[in-house]
Design a protein around this ligand. Structure first.
Ligand SMILES: Cc1cc2nc3c(=O)[nH]c(=O)nc-3n(C[C@H](O)[C@H](O)[C@H](O)COP(=O)(O)OP(=O)(O)OC[C@H]3O[C@@H](n4cnc5c(N)ncnc54)[C@H](O)[C@@H]3O)c2cc1C
Length: 413
């Protein structure tokens, strides 16, 4: 029987293991060096943003259907809550650009109205509508609890025969004659026909001995949690203000407020403490302050709200904001699913499905070209270029509401 190893038990690896097992493609083994979700996934904000544009639309709708299906078959919940999301515009140009979402959404029968400034203010108890030109209400977006989504994928994968190994670090890949032949783990040499690398920030470490340089790298990425008054109900719509590079949502009555900062701080994965399970980076108020000020203009109550926590975690970004999903260049049987650009939860359905399509050798359900792993061949070795591009990546497409630009990304924030 075909044997398939999946390395990494974050939301990506667990989705991949589920999709492979569901297709019955072989004996699926997932290797997680610590506990499932212990890398970047556990501290994700868990937002899933739908947009009626290519590359986001069908993938997110598929994920939402999949979550509903898996929740129905297990006694687990992902924490999915459809709150809707307010897209806030402080100027007419931004407001006009939201038409590109509003029109196709309404054409498809969704209740997705453009809102006046007053109407937007009425939808969120802390929002000062007077500083807005207006907003678009996105009805399908919401959030999950990422750790619970991981557990859901893992349960569904196990139920289909996948074997999930925790405390099982993979120390290397076995490659013979440009073809993968297995992995090294726990002092053993294990044979596999296919290996899928889903190790997030740590993926490069696994492939570099085999001549592959991934154009991905870590950036500090953060949000804070505020204790606001009045406390918010769980159904309060989340929000995004693209021009301010901020997003937020309700979190246990308070507010989770995050940003996609300019000139993001890059980091070397090798410099992270080892192990880095369930760990965070230091608070960085200097970096967050400008975005907090912008948020407080929209939501005045934020200015005086006590800060419950500052969550700064590393995330893997790529130069064009898209992950690497597909065959590893030059090595048969080796597959990459990594570099999630702060939308790994949102894209988890798409990435898992695509990897299963590749391994089954069927037409991919979602267009794979933008995820092609070899697309930065040659450039990835230019460390200065890569660092510059990674530093720009978090904010690069966030301001843009141009559907062409949006269509190169998959549902940020
Ligand atoms: C502050 C913040 C907010 C975010 N908010 C959102 C959001 O709202 N919506 C959204 O969609 N995304 C969000 N993200 C992004 C999302 O969290 C990530 O894209 C996603 O969690 C990445 O998942 P992953 O499985 O690819 O990586 P990880 O979760 O890092 O998983 C990789 C796993 O591989 C394991 N591993 C590494 N090396 C080995 C090895 N040699 N052997 C075995 N196992 C190994 C690690 O232990 C880890 O568990 C956010 C990220 C951050 C930092």
């Amino acid at each position: 029987m075909r044997r398939i190893a999946v390395i990494g038990g974050g939301v990506t690896g667990c989705s991949v293991a589920f999709h492979l097992a569901e297709r019955g493609l072989g004996e699926v083994h997932l290797f997680e060096r610590d506990q499932l979700g212990s890398g970047t996934t556990w501290h994700s904000a868990g937002n899933i943003t739908w947009k009626p544009v290519d590359d986001n639309d069908s993938g997110v709708l598929y994920l939402l259907d999949l979550i509903a299906r898996l929740e129905a078959e297990t006694d687990l919940t992902s924490g999915w809550r459809r709150t809707g999301r307010l897209f806030l515009a402080r100027d007419t140009q931004v407001l006009k650009s939201f038409e590109a979402f509003h029109r196709p959404a309404v054409e498809r029968g969704f209740d997705a109205p453009m809102l006046s400034a007053r109407e937007a203010g009425e939808r969120h108890p802390l929002l000062d509508g007077s500083v807005l030109q207006g907003a678009w209400f996105n009805p399908l977006s919401g959030r999950v609890n990422p750790a619970d989504l991981v557990a859901l994928f893992a349960r569904a994968a196990r139920a289909r025969g996948a074997l999930v190994h925790e405390q099982a670090p993979v120390s290397g890949l076995k490659v013979e004659n440009a073809k993968v032949s297995g992995v090294l783990s726990g002092g053993e040499s294990l044979d596999f026909d296919d290996v899928v690398v889903c190790a997030g920030l740590w993926s490069q470490t696994l492939v570099e001995d085999h001549g592959i340089t991934l154009a991905q790298g870590g950036c500090e990425h953060f949000y804070i949690i505020l204790d606001v008054a009045p406390r918010l109900g769980p159904a309060t719509p989340s929000f995004i203000s693209p021009a301010d590079l901020i997003y937020g949502r309700e979190e246990v009555g308070g507010v989770l407020l995050g940003c996609f900062d300019e000139d993001a701080l890059t980091l070397e994965t090798a410099d992270l403490p080892d192990p880095f399970s369930f760990s965070l980076l230091n608070e960085n108020w200097d970096k967050f302050a400008p975005y907090f000020e912008g948020a407080a203009e929209l939501f005045p109550a934020f200015a005086t709200a006590p800060v419950r926590s500052f969550v700064n975690g590393p995330e893997a970004f790529t130069p064009d904001g898209n992950p690497f999903v597909g065959p590893a260049p030059g090595i048969g049987g080796l597959w990459l699913c990594t570099g999630m650009n702060s939308h790994g939860v949102t894209i988890s359905g798409t990435s898992g499905h695509l990897i299963a399509d590749f391994l089954e050798d069927v037409a991919p359900k979602f267009p794979p070209d933008i995820y092609e792993p070899g697309r930065f061949a040659g450039q990835a070795d230019d460390k200065a270029w890569l660092k510059r591009r990674l530093s720009a990546a978090p904010s690069a497409f966030y301001r843009s509401t141009n559907p062409r630009a949006q269509s190169t990304r998959t549902g940020k924030a």
